[in-house]
Design a protein around this ligand. Structure first.
Ligand code: GRG
Length: 290
């Protein structure tokens, strides 16, 4: 499949770029923990979305925005490190390797996550090629999508359901835990490509829809995915009383709803100048096995 080759190449490209931004001159164990989690693999879909969204609105030279794309992966990696902690999802395996806290201990894993999150914003602020007012918009969108109005709220809601049964709105969880961050990455690409308000709105709708489908596919893979390919244990959601699409709607209906989100995303993104790669990424999201 053409898009898989394209995404593999982009993943290698992002991996190379990430190496250039790992903070140095800090306590060795903290550095190692950050480096370990950043280098452990992963699809790099968020930075890829930043870059491809910028291209979709007509940006040709992406060299001045690579650092910002990389910053989104730093935030994603922080969220995975924290999610794996004993107090959260308590996972031993991530991306096919022992989780950060299993290798470096809880305290260093917490600090590695904290460090990655803060450093992501430092990287963005250090960009001296993009206009400061554009950088400020990027920071606003990214902090909204991943902070207290986004991923943090979603993670809290998810945990409140799992541990206390006190939160039962699956669409709130999916939107906040997963979709808002993905939506932010698409909007950030648009902002960096100096898109119009209308184009950014299109990217917002596209991003939200692929983000919601992404989480449904994640739920589906937890039920029927291959542990080896995924690099983590499957069937954990059911064990842990997680609120998932398959548990609420069943597998077939979940697949149908994910496809509806993707159809909506594709319909929307076709309004842009260069939508082809974003269309293929949308379709990849529900066909992926990892
Ligand atoms: C700790 C604030 C905080 C949030 C954690 C990332 C996360 C939120 C939880 C992990 C569990 C989960 C299912 C999250 C939803 C987002 C998601 C599907 C993450 C996995 O992202 P991928 O598939 O991972 O892009 P790779 O390994 O490819 O980078």
């Amino acid at each position: 499949m053409k898009i898989r080759n394209f995404l593999s190449k982009q993943t290698v490209f992002i991996n190379d770029q990430i190496k250039k931004f790992i903070p140095a001159g800090i306590p060795e164990k903290l550095f190692k923990a950050m480096e370990y989690s950043l280098s452990a693999g992963g699809k790099r879909i968020r930075p890829i979305l930043v870059i491809e969204s910028a291209k979709a609105v007509g940006k040709e030279d992406i060299n001045d925005i690579i650092d910002i794309a990389v910053a989104t992966e730093f935030i994603h990696t922080y969220s995975l490190i924290h999610d794996d902690l004993p107090a959260m999802d308590d996972d031993d395996l991530r991306r096919g390797k022992p989780t950060c806290h299993k290798v470096f201990g809880d305290a260093i894993a917490i600090l590695a996550g904290d460090g990655l999150q803060g450093y992501a914003y430092e990287i963005i602020s250090n960009n001296n090629k993009v206009k400061p007012e554009i950088l400020l918009k990027v920071i606003k969108i990214l902090s909204n999508g991943t902070g207290v109005y986004g991923m943090v709220a979603g993670q809290a809601a998810d945990i409140l359901h799992e541990k206390e049964n006190s939160f039962n709105d699956i669409d709130f969880i999916h939107l906040h835990k997963t979709a808002k961050f993905i939506q932010s990455c698409c909007m950030i690409g648009g902002i960096l490509g100096e898109a119009t308000e209308d184009e950014i709105k299109i990217l917002e709708i596209y991003g939200r829809n692929i983000g919601l489908a992404f989480q449904i596919q994640d739920d589906i893979l937890d039920e029927i995915g291959d542990e080896k390919k995924l690099g983590k244990k499957t069937k954990k959601d059911r064990e842990k009383n997680k609120l998932t699409y398959p548990s609420v709607y069943g597998l077939e209906e979940s697949k149908k709803i994910a496809k509806e989100y993707i159809d909506e995303a594709v319909k929307e993104i076709k309004k842009l100048k260069n939508p082809d790669i974003l269309i293929e990424i949308a379709e990849f999201i529900i066909n992926r096995e990892v």
